[in-house]
Write a new protein. Structure first.
Length: 115
């Protein structure tokens, strides 16, 4: 899995949704129409782990967890330019979360400012 911009499809038993995430140097950021996501991730061979926090930025759809703020612990597998993962959030006991990330644009998406 490489640094870049990814589409994300996600689902719980309550609902499903779509968004985008950027993976860069162990940091994850992204969002959808109503929520934004921040977190960290780690790669070990083809194994992927992440801890992602969500929060609302705009009124709109109900979160797939039926809560705006959760911290999702994810475990997944990388295959080529995509990754599938499952996870849970302590704020929503018993709710299983699944996600699939697919690479849209590879590499650094913007350069840091010149010194």
């Amino acid at each position: 899995m490489q640094d870049g911009l990814y589409s994300v499809e996600f689902r719980t038993p309550f609902s499903f949704g779509y968004g985008v995430v950027t993976l860069a140097n162990g940091n994850l950021t992204g969002g959808d129409a109503a929520l934004y996501y921040t977190g960290t991730y780690d790669l070990n061979g083809d194994a992927f782990t992440a801890k992602v926090k969500t929060a609302r930025h705009a009124p709109g759809a109900i979160s797939v967890f039926q809560r705006d703020q959760v911290t999702i612990d994810l475990n997944g597998t990388v295959a080529g330019n995509s990754m599938t993962a499952t996870g849970t959030a302590a704020e929503a006991p018993g709710v299983t979360f699944t996600a699939k990330l697919t690479l849209l644009a590879a590499g650094r998406l913007h350069k840091p400012p010149s010194a």
